[in-house]
Write a protein that binds this ligand. Structure first.
Ligand SMILES: *Cc1c(COP(=O)(O)O)cnc(C)c1O
Length: 426
């Protein structure tokens, strides 16, 4: 969805009137009484859907049904249904969101734990290689997991330099690849800038050197079109753009052809063949379920299923197109009205996910002032305000009003009233 110049608030409203996804906003809980949407001038504008997505209206009832019926009445008998849930939810994600085949995706554990499992499995599948490559600006948990695995195994971490704003350049990756590299860990959409890497080109380049790429799709799943048919390994969150709720279980993807060869390091009974034989030795089950560990979070996975169903219904092509249009509008308005801030994301929408960052020396103070003025972005080190206008429930007029409030704050130096020292959670 391309749009002409947006010069007035009513231009933004016209974009909303033409938005094919406009109706999906009503599928989410708003900030008004009983979860309705408060559309008044003082309303809260939530631009942090890439950190914690909003609550779908259908989620409380879906979770309540599992609690009251399946747990409350069915008790242990419900396990006959629950044992397949992680795989069913994975298949739904594969089909609707990730471009993977049935039996390639499993909903399980957290992204951090899945990173550990697949990194260990990937390194084991490349014996004799002693290097893991990770981007220098990778999300902290990814860097920490990589460092921990490398330390325990006596491997070396090789960082590929990336531009914090523009993301990875393929030649820079090529320069660090050789026959010592076992696995490359990389985010598809960079958490700070939103820079979108080229999944096909990066995976192909790594394969030329015999290395596996472990993609982190945390900021990509539910915001950009992903085609995992070109990938080997991936993990990602469901509580960001997939609206699965705080602490919702993550997903992992292992290409079908690799599954038999890969062994994960945590030999739990949910990954064992013939689990209820309770045999003396661990033997991994065939298929993606060998990457499961222990008893899955049934209630939380139910919320993931609702989020994935909404995303699937809206369609990733439409969601990604609206994400580009919303962030394009933000960039355009920032150019016009916020000359004090520098765009810290790729300018071309084809090269970013559904969030953008703006740099300002007082970014932390600006973030606090924005929250007080009802606009919720988040702050990212060292000096960036990050805006994630989630396509399923953010309107173009919300972007317009958010920029308006930010321009007012700057004009009045309102942000200077806020502490310059950062709090624990940003
Ligand atoms: C959000 C995010 C995570 C979160 O990992 P958890 O284990 O869910 O805390 C990991 N990696 C990236 C790139 C993220 O954006």
């Amino acid at each position: 969805m391309q749009h002409g110049p947006v010069r007035t608030r009513s231009d933004a409203q016209q974009l909303d009137a033409a938005d094919p996804l406009a109706g999906f906003r009503e599928r989410f809980t708003g900030d008004g009484p009983d979860g309705t949407w408060d559309d008044g001038p003082g309303r809260r504008i939530y631009l942090d859907g890439n950190s914690l997505g909003r609550l779908p209206r259908a989620t409380p009832a879906a979770v309540a049904r599992v609690v009251e019926q399946e747990w409350g009445r069915g008790l242990v008998g419900s396990w006959s249904d629950w044992v397949g849930q992680a795989g069913r939810a994975g298949d739904a994600l594969a089909a609707g969101v990730l471009g993977a085949r049935p039996g390639e995706v499993l909903v399980s554990d957290s992204t951090s734990v899945n990173l550990f499992k697949l990194l260990e499995a990937g390194v084991d599948a490349r014996p004799g290689r002693d290097v893991v490559v990770c981007s220098a600006d990778e999300f902290p948990t990814d860097r920490y997991v990589v460092a921990g695995v490398a330390r325990r195994r006596g491997m070396t971490v090789r960082e590929v330099p990336v531009d914090v704003d523009q993301g990875l350049v393929l030649d820079d990756l090529a320069a660090v690849l050789d026959d010592r590299v076992a696995v490359v860990v990389l985010s598809l959409v960079a958490y700070r800038s939103g820079a979108l890497a080229d999944l096909v080109a990066v995976t192909a380049l790594a394969r030329e050197h015999g290395a596996l790429v472990l993609w982190d799709l945390s900021h990509a799943a539910g915001s950009v079109e992903v085609d995992l048919s070109a990938a080997d390994l991936a993990v990602g969150c469901t509580y960001k753009h997939l609206n699965g709720g705080p602490g919702a279980p993550a997903f992992l993807y292992v290409r079908r052809e690799l599954q038999a060869e890969l062994r994960q390091p945590i030999q739990g009974w949910f990954g064992a063949s013939d689990q209820f034989a309770m045999g003396p030795d661990y033997e991994p089950v065939d298929g993606v379920e060998r990457f499961a560990v222990g008893t899955p979070p049934v209630l939380a996975t139910t919320a993931v299923e609702v989020g994935v169903a909404i995303t699937t219904e809206a369609g990733m092509a439409a969601i990604a197109a609206k994400g580009r249009a919303l962030t394009d509008l933000l960039v355009e308005l920032a150019d016009d009205r916020l000359p004090q801030l520098r765009l810290a994301s790729p300018r071309d929408a084809a090269h970013r996910g559904a969030h953008v960052s703006l740099e300002h020396p007082q970014a932390w103070q600006l973030t606090q002032a924005l929250v007080d003025h009802g606009v919720v972005p988040d702050f990212r080190t060292p000096d960036r305000v990050r805006f994630g206008p989630a396509p399923l429930y953010t309107r173009f007029v919300d972007v317009w009003d958010a920029v308006d409030r930010l321009a007012e704050i700057l004009a009045a130096d309102d942000h200077l009233r806020y502490p310059a020292t950062r709090s624990r959670v940003t």
